[in-house]
Write a protein that binds this ligand. Structure first.
Ligand SMILES: [Zn+2]
Length: 302
């Protein structure tokens, strides 16, 4: 099998054959993948990430991952004006587990021309800390964001963006233990938003530029936590470069070409940054329960 599958040490055989058939949209599709080398675990079980990754690329548009993606990414067809205009959202982040202590990342849209108002936490004293992480288990706020479209001036940076596109990297679901594995980008041409951003930030730094990764949320996406790159361009301005949005836009027929244009830095109004880089966590606690994140459109105050 030439396509990437989850390495043995990281595999979870968490999916039955019946569920695998449903995910791939038919028994023939599953059997063809198995003949081609799709790993099968004890008890005829499969890794759900492998199944998701193959279903997403099956090409018929009929599998659940393909349809979920088409739905989550439909905003990529929006005209520039819709990607840039100010948006106001109700933001909430909450941990429902019983861990103590817990810490949650603040939304930090200010460097991106945005603002936060009505910030509340279950423990209001937690907000007295200026840190990026506050010792709370529930945070809510009204978050204003806006986009920006500026040229990426440095020819060296543009070359690196093009070189990344030419690598033919595929966005894949990976276990948490591999999400930040930057070697998978070059060795297997597969990436998460974290590993792609680490790779590109490192390439930018190797080219002599100040660059780092940033994590935050994407308004309206299913998998809300995202990572991208910030780099200081030749004009001294920090630009947002998003290697994964560029890859995903290739999966969306009619996607706005600005998303894949290496000559521009497009920071959409859907990004809510934290103060954290890749490696940071938007929710820090002892168990593996994901925080509940809700970002919904807010009515503009008059
Ligand atoms: Zn927990």
């Amino acid at each position: 099998m030439t396509a990437f599958t989850i390495p043995r040490a990281h595999r979870a055989d968490d999916t039955s054959r019946a569920a695998a058939i449903e995910m791939l949209g038919g028994e023939e599709a599953l059997d063809a993948l198995v003949r081609d080398g799709l790993p099968v675990g004890p008890g005829d079980r499969f890794d759900s990430r492998d199944l998701f990754n193959f279903a997403l690329r099956s090409g018929g548009g009929k599998t659940v991952p393909e349809q979920a993606f088409a739905f989550a990414l439909r905003w990529m067809r929006s005209p520039a004006e819709a990607l840039l205009k100010p948006r106001t959202s109700n933001f909430s982040l909450a941990l429902k587990c019983s861990c103590t202590p817990t810490a949650l990342a603040r939304p930090r849209p200010e460097p991106y021309g945005g603002s936060v108002s009505d910030l509340t936490a279950d423990d209001p004293t937690a907000l007295q800390s200026p840190n990026d992480l506050v010792l709370a288990r529930e945070l809510s706020a009204t978050v204003r964001t806006e986009g920006e479209l500026v040229p990426l001036r440095s020819p060296l940076l543009r070359d690196e963006v093009e070189a990344f596109a030419d690598l033919g990297v595929r966005w894949v679901k990976l276990p948490d233990s591999l999400r930040e594995d930057v070697d998978l980008v070059t060795d297997h041409r597969v990436a998460t938003c974290e590993s792609a951003s680490l790779h590109l930030a490192r390439r930018f730094r190797d080219a002599g530029y100040l660059a780092d990764t940033r994590i935050g949320w994407v308004i309206g996406m299913l998998d809300l936590v995202h990572a991208w790159v910030e780099v200081v361009d030749d004009d001294g301005v920090t630009k947002v470069v998003d290697p994964i949005f560029a890859l995903l836009a290739d999966l969306v027929p009619g996607a706005n070409p600005l998303l894949t244009d290496p000559a521009v830095a497009l920071r959409t109004n859907r990004l809510i940054p934290t103060g954290l880089a890749v490696g940071g966590r938007v929710a820090v606690h002892a168990c593996a329960t994901a925080p509940r994140t809700k970002i919904t459109p807010a009515k503009e105050k008059p």
